[in-house]
Design a protein around this ligand. Structure first.
Ligand code: FES
Length: 123
């Protein structure tokens, strides 16, 4: 088991878990994936820029809350940044670094992803 933060949390899926088709993630948008239920559910989201994918735990480093209010809405209105809808922190898509707002000096926890024959796979 990896020592990465994503792998240490309850209900973390195993490396190699298939998240489904790349084409089901809107280009310029995102999609959430949840494993388990209730307060211990493991939640991540994937944002897509063309053929590039970026995965993060759905856990804001500000208050450890999910970033989204609406299903699968993780991007800022202009589509250039990941946005936490709780207190409007902004994060760089490519590495999850906090760029503005109540997350100074912190970053989203990455979840590694790979593409296999058009399928999005963890690990
Ligand atoms: S919980 Fe995300 S900005 Fe406060």
């Amino acid at each position: 088991m990896s020592g990465a933060v994503w792998a240490q949390r309850p209900n973390a899926p195993a490396p190699g878990t298939n998240l489904g088709r790349l084409d089901d993630i809107p280009d310029g948008g995102g999609k959430e994936f949840v494993f388990g239920q209730g307060v211990n559910a493991w939640r991540m989201f994937v944002v897509r820029k063309g053929a590039s994918l970026y995965g993060y735990l759905n856990l804001c480093p500000h208050y450890s809350m999910p970033l989204n209010h609406q299903p699968d809405i993780f991007m800022s209105r202009d589509g250039t940044r990941i946005m936490c809808r709780q207190h409007l922190a902004l994060f760089r898509v490519e590495d999850g670094t906090c760029l503005d707002g109540a997350c100074d000096g912190r970053a989203l926890d990455p979840v590694p992803l790979r593409l296999e024959h058009g399928q999005v796979v963890i690990g």
